[in-house]
Design a protein around this ligand. Structure first.
Ligand code: NAP
Length: 258
């Protein structure tokens, strides 16, 4: 898949760490110019340095996905630097845990604002240029949590990731005649800075629940997204791709023990 992004420009939100950084590095390695977008400017610059050290081209954009004006600035800065927007990976997301009994309105709103509204603003900001080009690939980072599974403490998060798929399906229809596709990757448990906050015990026990016996890597998600973002995936839209080492497969714990 190296070279599939030659002469393409990709915007990746939440690219200062974790899955987003993995997306940025793999897309750059595949030939793309990459706008590395993160609310943490130092982290965005660090990702660009990694891309450039590997011979790629990157642009750090400090922006918060929850602010429409900042998403418009992101799109403009990318156009000014690279002249096109071929791919948007709307990946920025947060996953704070809070049980239903203690979940506050502010917790709920914050998670929906970053995970759902942030993706909407990023997509809306990139659409005019993609429509002008009559070409675009949008890949949303959803999750298995919400669309397929549940986990105590993540009701607000699960709701946000399921909402993204509802958004995707209608958006995909609205832009289908413009050469633009909208798809989603659904990661399982992926080794990232964000997941590290859940602690070693969570990670060890999670590994035991995955048929492949290990957590995924940001690169595992990036290669799946790279396919959906390629020219070759032109006839795929409104679809989901689960990347989880088989985590959603076991019918019960017995399936893993036998
Ligand atoms: P991560 O390691 O925490 O990295 C996310 C990056 O996005 C961070 O640099 C973060 O900055 C940035 N960010 C957060 N809010 C932002 C905002 N409002 N505007 C711009 N940037 C923002 O997370 P991750 O594990 O890579 O997760 C990335 C995506 O994958 C999320 O959508 C997540 O829900 C999804 N996902 C992850 C997993 C997993 O196992 N890791 C599984 C399923 C789905 P700060 O450091 O300042 O917060």
């Amino acid at each position: 898949m190296l070279g599939v992004m030659q002469d393409r420009t990709a915007i990746i939100t939440g690219a200062g760490a974790g899955i987003g950084r993995g997306l940025a590095r793999i897309f750059a390695r595949a030939g793309a110019n990459v706008a590395v977008v993160d609310r943490n400017e130092a982290a965005a610059i660090a990702t660009v340095e990694l891309i450039e050290a590997a011979g790629g081209r990157g642009l750090a954009v400090a922006a918060d996905v929850t602010a429409r004006a900042e998403m418009e600035r992101m799109a403009q800065a990318t156009l000014d630097q690279f002249g096109r927007i071929d791919v948007l990976c709307a990946n920025a997301g947060i996953f704070p845990q809070a049980a239903l009994d203690t979940l506050t309105e502010a917790d709920w709103d914050r998670v929906q604002a970053v995970n759902v509204k942030g993706a909407f603003f990023a997509v809306q900001a990139c659409l005019p240029q993609m429509r002008r080009q009559r070409y675009g690939r949008i890949v949303l980072t959803s999750s298995i949590t919400g669309p397929i599974t549940g986990f105590p403490g993540w009701s607000h998060y699960g709701a946000s990731k399921a909402a993204l798929l509802g958004f995707m399906r209608t958006a995909a229809i609205e832009v289908a005649r413009d050469g633009i596709t909208v798809n989603a990757v659904l990661p399982g448990n992926i080794r990232t800075e964000g997941l590290a906050d859940t602690g070693a015990d969570y990670i060890r026990r999670m590994e035991q629940s995955i048929p492949m016996g290990e957590l995924g890597t940001p690169e595992d998600i990036a290669y799946a997204a790279l396919f959906l973002a390629s020219e070759q995936a032109r006839y795929i839209t409104g679809q989901t791709l689960v990347i989880d080492g088989g985590q959603v497969l076991p019918e019960s714990i017995l399936a893993l023990e036998s």
